[in-house]
Design a protein around this ligand. Structure first.
Ligand code: SF4
Length: 268
């Protein structure tokens, strides 16, 4: 039976309260509906604001806030060796969803013209030096991410989930990996799974909005976003401005099925 108008209003109020809780506690335990479904519902709402030309990057900001809230709320995180100024991981290949790319591009555009040009040149250099490498390969890029400035991320607050979820419990392992990329780096389950859950929620919302819901190589996509005038508005309007940029090939029917179930649960 179709819910009544009153029931729909009550459900909308409950979902709004649940979404506010996401930004305080992250993906808190909630059996019905699960917090990830509440997040998808919230993101579908953001992407549905058709008059907002920044709705894609706002959806990325929302998932980043939920990720950070979730990590803050954890009581049993492992001790990490990650420190400000340690940037061994910024030579690894990173992928990001398009809303995250557009958010980074917008953050770069807010800098001075000199800095913008410097970052754009370094991003292009990193992309060109790594264009022969495949996504997912256990390799390091010959030139690190173009956003890396004096061993710091020049747009740390806007970095994508791929970077947020990649942490290390062992500097020694990072150094070993720098010498031999097949060496494993012990990470944090909380960071890894939360980044994945947030990314799946973002993909589900993008799919519901009929927008591309894949991961793209970070520096190549960022270069394209920076050189494309009005990139976010054009992408949201359906223009394939990222055509030809390497896409993460690890997408299965199983994941598409999972995204469809998340959309169905979020839109009842
Ligand atoms: S976006 Fe920032 S944190 Fe991520 S790889 Fe680039 S410099 Fe490093």
């Amino acid at each position: 039976m179709e819910p009544s108008r009153q029931q729909r209003r009550t459900l909308a109020r409950e979902r709004a309260r649940a979404a506010e809780r996401l930004f305080r506690e992250g993906l808190y335990p909630a059996p019905d509906p699960p917090a990830a479904v509440i997040l998808v519902h919230h993101l579908i709402g953001i992407l549905g604001r058709r008059n907002d030309a920044r709705r894609a990057s706002k959806a990325a900001t929302a998932v980043h806030r939920v990720f950070e809230a979730h990590i803050r709320a954890q009581r049993d995180l492992p001790a990490l060796d990650c420190r400000m100024g340690c940037a061994h991981c910024c030579s690894l290949i990173v992928t990001a969803a398009i809303p995250e790319i557009l958010l980074l591009a917008a953050a770069i555009r807010q800098g001075s013209q000199t800095e913008r040009l410097e970052l754009a040149a370094r991003i292009a250099e990193s992309r060109a030096a790594s264009s022969h490498l495949g996504i997912g390969e256990a390799v390091r890029k010959p030139v690190p991410c173009g956003l890396l400035t004096d061993s710091l991320c020049a747009r740390y607050a806007a970095r994508p989930l791929g970077c947020r979820g990649h942490v290390s419990r062992s500097l020694a392992a990072c150094l070993a990996n720098a010498a031999d990329p097949t060496e494993l780096i012990p990470g944090s389950r909380a960071h890894g799974t939360t980044a994945l859950d947030c990314k799946l929620a973002l993909f589900a919302a993008l799919k519901a909005a009929r927008l591309p819901h894949r991961s793209y190589e970070l520096n190549a996509a960022l270069e394209r976003a920076l050189e494309t005038e009005d990139a976010e508005r054009r992408w949201l309007a359906g223009e394939d401005i990222f055509e030809g940029i390497p896409v993460d090939p690890t997408r299965t029917q199983q994941i598409e099925g999972l995204l469809d179930r998340m959309i169905a649960d979020a839109t009842v």
